[in-house]
Design a protein around this ligand. Structure first.
Ligand code: FUL
Ligand code: CA
Length: 498
């Protein structure tokens, strides 16, 4: 009898082991579905990636020399001749600005390969660069290793140069061969980025991609690499402006992973911007997940270029985003539960231009001036129904607060040891255990009463909110709604002077 009671008690834990996906059954009640959603967690590779917060893109290739955004596969590749390429300079600038991983366009839609691929002549070996002995993938991979930051590759599924494009068997084999070269000859690869753009090849034919075989190749050769955009691990946020959603769920119905949907939403012609259906305001609310058949952990990557174009164009030297622009982008990407992927395109010399480096340096100084001083650091945290409340301000992501009896609501009060001035609130959920918070607001104490100063919906890995400057010595955060008990890693209060 006792045994039966025990197994009934432990049944929910057995039913919902924490994985990065979960099936919804027709018999599941609303409460079952919420509980399942609350227990979907990132895979180890997804968790590592989310914790990077900021990754950088290097768009570099034949377009850099033809001054185009998209080539057509017919360009004269002998134009490719960077005079003073220095991959260490690229990586050093990115690292000093706070980026933890970079992704290089090994091949863009024009089909030109930055490495000497054996499977086509349209490569760096047939250019004057280093008399045909150059390999930019190798140079960047080695620079990343020496600066100890992650390295990823962008390999365009669409290849406007390949004569095989349009032949299902031959092109997929060719693509896997190229992928294999990149995944075996350059050490550890941390991310593989497949673009959604998919048009016609040189013979006017469209190609069907054997994505599952490509994914299998990556899992076999580089099991810890995340596969982004046209891939199962990382979702394109749906814009290319650096702006993510205010409500950003990393747990979404599996339909969000549909390759067809991603391709339809991406550019099929350079004159068109992404169509943006992926920018629906709500991908993962209760309304959406209650209708789903399967839920997956599929977090948002927010990509944007530091310049108007993805490739370097000299006429854009005075259109580089300023430190303030980059700060805004930080808030609208990382601050909205996304990972920022900022493109910094090297120029024709093979260097990051001074204007880009300057903006990045200035932004980093601003960023650190704000975020190195958490005004709650020495505060006293309390909560009537909280457990581990002090772990909210210990500067350690892995230690976290939660509620007793799995309560989905709570109030946490922070008493500062002096009156302080602030205009930014940060909240982080311990996503290793799931994403749960659905609604919250914050108040400060003044003249005997509590006054609301900000509110939000989802939190996720990181939520940053800006508001008019306040001076107070007490604040509190109300979690109004959560899927099961909230699990919060860190809370911060910061002040940006200008
Ligand atoms: C798009 C491409 O067409 C752009 O050229 C760029 O590479 C961007 C990151 O993705 O779909
Ligand atoms: Ca903590």
């Amino acid at each position: 009898m006792k045994g039966i009671v025990l197994s009934i008690l432990f049944l929910p834990a057995l039913l919902y082991p924490q994985k990065n996906y979960v099936e919804i059954l027709p018999t599941d009640t609303e409460a079952d579905i919420i509980e399942k959603a609350a227990n979907v967690v990132p895979s180890p590779r997804q968790l590592r990636w989310q914790q990077l917060e900021m990754t950088a893109f290097f768009h570099f290739g034949i377009n850099t020399f033809t001054n185009k955004e998209w080539g057509n596969g017919k360009e004269d590749i002998t134009l490719f001749n960077p005079t003073s390429l220095d991959a260490k300079q690229w990586v050093q600038i990115a690292k000093e600005a706070g980026f933890k991983q970079i992704i290089l366009t090994a091949k863009h839609h024009d089909g030109f390969c930055l490495w000497p691929s054996k499977y086509t002549d349209h490569t760096i070996k047939n250019t004057p660069y280093k008399n045909g002995n150059g390999d930019v993938v190798k140079e960047v991979a080695e620079a990343c290793k020496s600066y100890a930051i992650g390295f990823g590759i962008y390999l365009s599924p669409w290849d406007m140069n390949s004569a095989l494009y349009g032949d299902y068997e031959k092109y997929n084999r060719f693509f896997i061969n190229q992928l294999t070269e990149l995944l075996t000859n350059y050490g550890k690869i941390d991310e593989v980025w497949f673009d959604g753009a998919n048009g016609e090849g040189p013979n006017g034919k469209k190609q069907e991609y054997n994505f599952n075989a490509w994914y299998q190749t990556i899992r076999d050769l580089q099991p810890s690499a995340t596969i982004a955009v046209m891939g199962p691990d990382i979702r394109w946020v749906g814009t290319e402006t650096g702006v993510g959603r205010e409500t950003e769920w990393s747990v979404v119905p599996v339909e969000a992973q549909s390759q067809e949907a991603i391709a339809n939403n991406s550019q099929s012609d350079v004159a068109f911007s992404p169509k943006g259906d992926m920018m629906g305001n709500d991908l993962g609310s209760r309304d959406k997940i209650l209708k789903a058949e399967k839920l997956v952990w599929y977090p948002a990557e927010t990509d944007v270029s530091i310049r108007p174009g993805w490739f370097y164009h000299p006429e854009e030297d005075n259109k580089v985003k300023s430190a303030d622009d980059l700060m805004n982008i930080y808030f609208s990407s990382v601050g909205r539960n996304g990972v920022l992927l900022l493109n910094i395109p090297p120029n024709k010399q093979g260097l990051i231009s001074d204007s880009d480096a300057k903006s990045l340096r200035e932004w980093k100084i601003k960023h650190d001036a704000v975020f190195s001083h958490n005004l709650l650091k020495n505060a006293t945290a309390s909560s009537v129904n909280g457990i581990n409340t002090s772990s909210l301000i210990d500067g350690n992501f892995d230690t976290y607060f939660t509620t007793i009896n799995k309560s989905p609501t709570t109030t946490i009060e922070f008493a500062l040891n002096q009156n302080s001035t602030f205009n930014i609130l940060m909240i982080q959920e311990n996503i290793a255990k799931g994403q749960r918070v659905e609604k919250f607001y914050a108040e400060y104490f003044e003249n005997g009463s509590w006054i609301k100063f900000t509110e939000g919906t989802t939190v996720g890995f990181k939520r940053l909110l800006r508001f008019d400057t306040i001076s107070a010595d007490k604040i509190r955060i109300h979690i109004e709604s959560s899927r099961l008990n909230p699990m919060l890693s860190e809370v911060g209060l910061f002040y940006q002077t200008q």
